[in-house]
Ligand binder design. Structure first.
Ligand code: PEP
Ligand code: MN
Length: 346
């Protein structure tokens, strides 16, 4: 529920509203909107009796948020959220960001070579898993903490920001020390203890859609992050399970405009996991940007045929450079621009 204050409501009147919300046993959240002063009420799982609030001095109107998620909804906040990252990179504004790198961090040379080549092509954020959620326990599980140290080295070398996954609440602290963005993977989208820990970690979060999750479920998972006080949330469409085995997943491009309508949070697209097939990544990246994605996440490796995970969907360096060239043209057509990396050596 939102309590919208009259134009010119005094700080005392706002404090009174907050106090009454707390007396009723709920939590009050001040809302950052430029257009209006409002106080959000959270902590309820159903409709709240607003009679004590609507008569308070300075209150203009009460809006009941009709969706099961509250703070992530457009009803709660109409202006798009812009996530500010170090170095002036933004996600959710005019810029479109490219996040690129290997599926897994494998060794120092591999991650630094990849960082250099994706930066050269125009990525601003390096991806790479140190903790890998693998379907088989016998597959490469990632380097763990040493992999995080290698990502930090790659950032020192190139100035790229780092996005990497945390798989369990215990590891969130380690990942948060290194990552500029903490990734919550598809398999963990509804790991609520992880979401709570990541919501409290103080770093921006990339929340990937679960492989069998509805958009409502994705937004409810994002709500966990905002409920813990983390507003820097970026959503990611990465394909859902379909019936057709021609691609690894069914890449749901329509999720992009649907999420933009329902939520103020930015959403990026991952056509690598979305399709599972290297030659489908470029057309789907084009389509995602045309559909309004605020960024793309793509797997790239200096030698995809030798990659320790997800080689079949991983781009060769030349393919990634081509993708970036094409995506810049599409961004321009829709009045956006692709974020440029800082000059080499910066
Ligand atoms: C990944 O980004 O490497 C990954 C494991 O993705 P997802 O969680 O979408 O499968
Ligand atoms: Mn992968």
């Amino acid at each position: 529920m939102l309590i919208v204050m009259q134009h010119g409501a005094t700080p005392d009147q706002v404090r009174r509203v907050v106090a009454v919300i707390e007396e009723l046993g709920y939590q009050a959240r001040a809302l950052p909107g430029k257009q209006r002063t409002a106080v959000g009420l959270v902590g309820n799982d159903g409709r709240v009796d607003a009679s004590r609030l609507e008569t308070l001095p300075g209150v203009q109107e009460i809006i009941h948020v009709s969706k099961p998620y509250k703070q992530v909804s457009r009803e709660w906040q109409d202006e798009p959220t812009v996530v500010h990252l170090p170095g002036g990179v933004t996600v959710g504004g005019t810029e479109i960001v490219a996040i690129a790198g290997p599926c897994s961090v494998e060794n120092e040379k591999q991650i630094i070579d990849t960082a250099r080549l994706v930066k050269e092509a125009g990525a601003v954020i390096l991806r790479g898993g140190a903790f890998k959620p693998r379907s088989s326990p016998y597959s490469f599980q990632g380097l763990g903490r040493p992999g995080l140290a290698l990502l930090a080295r790659a950032r020192e070398e190139t100035g790229l920001l780092v996005c990497t996954e945390a798989m369990d609440p215990e590891a969130v602290g380690w990942v948060a020390e290194v990552a500029d963005i903490i990734q919550v993977g598809a398999r963990n989208m509804q790991n609520f203890s992880l979401l709570k820990a990541v919501g409290r970690c103080g770093k921006p979060v990339l929340l990937k859609r679960g492989m069998a999750a509805t958009i409502t479920e994705l937004l409810l998972s994002a709500e966990y992050l905002l409920a813990e006080g983390n507003r820097d949330v970026i959503l990611c469409e990465r394909g859902v399970r379909g019936f057709d085995t021609a691609t690894r997943n069914l890449f749901d491009i329509s999720a992009i405009p649907v999420v933009h309508k329902l939520s103020h949070l930015p959403i990026i697209a991952d056509p690598s996991h979305g399709t599972g097939l290297r030659e489908k990544v470029l057309p789907m990246a084009r389509a995602a940007v045309a559909a309004g994605a605020d960024g793309i996440m793509v797997e790239v490796h200096p030698n995809p045929d030798a990659a320790l995970s997800d080689g079949a969907q991983t781009l060769y360096p030349g393919q990634f450079a081509q993708l970036m060239r094409e995506v810049r043209v599409i961004a321009d057509v829709i009045g956006r621009r692709v974020a440029e990396p800082a000059p080499v050596g910066a």
